[in-house]
Design a protein around this ligand. Structure first.
Ligand code: G6P
Length: 477
């Protein structure tokens, strides 16, 4: 794709991309030596990476590995077609920012993951420790952008880690246009009030200082606007730009030898049984646990399915520095083992759970699926819900939670799974397995059309267009 997407935008202003996780991660080889670049993890990077490769756009990101830290000391680095500036932080600053604020507080508040009877509980130490670290990291990003950004550049700041760079940049570089895009949902006012008053005020003021703020769906944009008003801040102009799957990348994966090998192994494993599939990070908001409970409930109530259906769950580890993730993973494994013990026999293992991050195998599973389960508690978009449609040629059906951002685009064809209602989800999986004939084909074809509607190029273009001509005024709607 090289320079095509940016050229297609017809925009002549330089771009700077800013995100917590960079497009590549550097690994120091065993025994030392020059760090080697590997593709970075996560949805944000896989969406943006191919678009910005070989474009000369500077990508400012945090150093997250020992290899990244070596590279960070060199200033701007060229690697794998990217122009990267990595910022390194002291371990305490980094864990305060990334683990304690981003992943344990902001991620939880935007996804509604707290049980208010027990958590959260704030202290002044939290504000002086982790929150101050988070503020320092945001400031360091702002200073790096202020140093590197060409005059009049459009700065595309990505996601919930970096909501507070704009006030500094507004003061130091008034020539820049600042666009923020949230890959997550946004906390409505009642949830945002669960943060300490000082933290939520800084967060909203930080976002409010951008010229434009973007979201995957109207619903998250409205929650953000409501939270601004509840804080007494006039919301900045918002825009809605759902991400779409990278069709070229999916086609290349589907043409690879690894994909073909994985597909034939899955064929052998599933045989003529029905195949229910999920592909996720091991992540609290993805609701793996209730997905397996729903499958258990279906097997309990419909013994005729015993031996006739397999649930393939390809769920790879994430954020291992956060205790709650480790605990969650253990609870998930307990349920998987229980279901397999309860219903399985030497000829049939009901759930095939695999935590290995094997991308071609996960894509092959989506291609082989009869039903794809995406039942998050809350999710910014959920790209798997779109990718599966483009990979699958078997008229697979989608079981989808209305709390996924993708619901807005896919509700006409999906089987609804209310994320907290286990038996309703069990019913949705069963109906999706059983639907036949024209209705099955209609839903599958509508899914494919809806999933292909948006592309990563269109999504990036929307962010650049949102920046306008740089005379966007104070950024208020
Ligand atoms: C989500 C977030 C991204 C993040 C990714 C992986 O998709 O919106 O910003 O990069 O998860 O999470 P991690 O914490 O490993 O970067």
């Amino acid at each position: 794709m090289a320079e095509a997407p940016l050229a297609a935008l017809g925009q002549d202003r330089p771009l700077v991309l800013v995100s917590n996780r960079g497009p590549v991660s550097f690994v120091v080889p065993d025994g030392g030596g020059e760090p080697v670049a590997r593709r970075g993890a996560g949805g944000l990077v896989s969406a943006l990476g191919p678009l910005l490769r070989d474009t000369g756009v500077t990508w400012v990101a945090a150093a997250m590995s020992a290899g990244d830290e070596v590279v960070a000391r060199r200033g701007v680095t060229e690697a794998e077609g990217y122009r990267i500036r990595l910022l390194a932080f002291e371990p305490d600053t980094w864990s305060g920012h990334y683990d304690e604020v981003c992943n344990e507080a902001l991620w939880f508040v935007h996804h509604g993951l707290w049980d208010p009877v027990y958590e959260p509980s704030w202290s002044s130490q939290w504000m002086d420790g982790p929150w101050a670290a988070h503020r320092r990291v945001n400031r360091a990003f702002a200073e790096a952008v202020a140093e590197d950004a060409p005059p009049g550049a459009v700065v595309l700041i990505q996601d919930y880690h970096l909501c507070m760079t704009a006030p500094v940049l507004r003061r130091t570089r008034p020539d820049l246009t600042l666009v923020h895009f949230s890959h997550t949902p946004f906390a409505p006012p009642d949830w945002l009030r669960m943060l300490p008053a000082g933290a939520r005020a800084e967060l909203i003021e930080g976002l409010g200082a951008h010229h434009r703020c973007g979201f995957h769906t109207r619903r998250w944009a409205e929650d953000f606007e409501a939270s601004c008003r509840a804080q007494g801040v006039v919301p900045p102009a918002v825009f809605v730009a759902p991400l779409g799957p990278d069709i070229g990348d999916l086609e290349r994966t589907a043409a690879s030898q690894e994909f073909a090998t994985a597909l034939s192994e899955l064929d052998r494993m599933v045989g003529d049984r029905d195949f229910v599939v999920r592909v996720d990070r091991i992540e609290l908001s993805k609701n793996l646990l209730r997905g397996f409970l729903a499958f258990e409930s279906m097997l309990e109530n419909q013994p005729e399915r015993h031996g006739r259906v397999v649930f393939g769950a390809y769920c790879y580890p994430s954020r291992l520095g956060v205790d709650a993730y480790d605990r969650y993973h253990r609870s998930v494994l307990e349920v998987v083992e229980r279901v397999n013990r309860r219903f399985g026999n030497p000829d049939w293992q009901p759930i095939h759970y695999d935590p290995v991050d094997d991308y071609p195998r996960s894509m092959a599973a989506l291609a082989r699926a009869d039903v794809v389960v995406v039942n998050p508690i809350r999710d910014g978009l959920n790209l798997v819900a779109k990718e599966a449609a483009l990979l699958n040629g078997r008229h697979a059906q989608l079981v989808l939670s209305p709390e996924a951002g993708a619901w807005e685009e896919l509700s006409a064809l999906a089987w609804r799974s209310d994320p907290f209602d286990v038996d309703q989800t069990a019913g949705a999986i069963a109906e999706a397995l059983d639907v036949a004939g024209d209705e099955r084909v209609r839903r599958a074809e509508t899914w494919r059309t809806a999933a292909a509607h948006r592309t990563p190029e269109a999504w990036l273009a929307d962010q650049v267009v949102a920046a306008g001509d740089g005379r966007a005024g104070p950024g208020r709607s």
